[in-house]
Write a new protein. Structure first.
Length: 291
């Protein structure tokens, strides 16, 4: 299929898992009513963003994948005939947890999962306490409507992840995300941070000649210390913003993408053709500090 309609659900979350799942499902239904064929949810949408503290009690939020949340969403996917991209806190085994996104096909089939590869550890984002780094490698999923790639939040800052996923055949790259501003920050810092976040993802679209869809949450969390900045957006294969959501409102948005334009952009700006793969071995080093 050359054209596909993609949707995203940008929402605020509460500490009630069932309530969040119901809100996300409602958003999926709204997107489907607008014609969406693939719908992406934000990172860890079934809960508040709990990684602001290192608290052992938060491990109780995790679940197996497949598991209860994917079971529920598979029914929604089959009923509506839409692909669902669902980011969840995975309990793999006792003491082993991942930040994981499941992909469900339009007939409700579970296609597989991607485990977040890059795990941050910053003030208010203590993810290394909770998440084991992904061990499935980079993934693409051949859905009914398109072959998609999925990366997660902190993966956004790594061009290597986007490149490998694109080389595996992704036609659209999705980024479920949870990122925000400390409410103590000044507006100039906030603006600079958002612009950097969006710019790096637009660069992945340009370098790889594919559409990028980034989905973030909104709302105040962490007792008002964090404002998740929303700003979910869709970029075309040359980095042009097709649509950008607000920074403070919940939104369900649907956009038709013409996947055939990838060939035009890659032909006229042949970055893929001109890659010098014979020269890239040093990229596998941590740092190049030898003459």
């Amino acid at each position: 299929m050359s054209k596909v309609k993609v949707g995203f659900v940008q929402m605020s979350c509460s500490n009630d898992k069932a309530e969040n799942l119901a809100k996300a499902s409602k958003g999926i239904r709204e997107a489907a009513a607008k014609g969406a064929q693939i719908v992406c949810l934000q990172e860890l949408f079934t809960s508040l963003y709990f990684c602001d503290v290192e608290d052992y009690d938060n491990f109780s939020l995790a679940e197996p994948i497949p598991g209860p949340s994917t079971d529920s969403l598979q029914k929604v996917a089959a009923e509506l005939g839409v692909v669902i991209i669902a980011s969840l806190f995975e309990k793999r085994a006792q003491g082993i947890y991942h930040n994981t996104t499941a992909v469900l096909d339009a007939d409700g089939a579970y296609l597989g999962k991607y485990r977040k590869m890059h795990i941050p550890d910053d003030p208010a984002y203590y993810e290394k306490f909770y998440f084991t780094p992904g061990d499935l490698g980079y993934k693409v999923f051949k859905t009914k409507f398109a072959t998609i790639g999925v990366l997660i939040c902190w993966d956004q800052w790594y061009p290597e992840a986007a490149r490998i996923t694109a080389l595996m055949g992704a036609e659209v790259l999705f980024y479920p995300t949870a990122i925000g501003w400390a409410t103590s920050q000044d507006d100039a810092t906030n603006t600079e941070q958002y612009n950097a976040w969006q710019t790096i993802q637009r660069s992945h679209a340009i370098a790889n000649g594919i559409h990028v869809v980034s989905v973030n949450r909104v709302g105040f969390e962490q007792d008002g210390l964090m404002k998740f900045w929303g700003g979910s957006f869709i970029s075309n294969p040359f980095g042009t913003i097709i649509y950008q959501a607000s920074h403070d409102q919940e939104e369900v948005y649907v956009q038709e993408l013409d996947l055939a334009v990838t060939d035009r952009y890659r032909t006229h700006w042949p970055f893929m053709r001109d890659r010098r793969i014979d020269s890239y071995a040093p990229i596998t080093k941590r740092f190049i500090d030898e003459a």
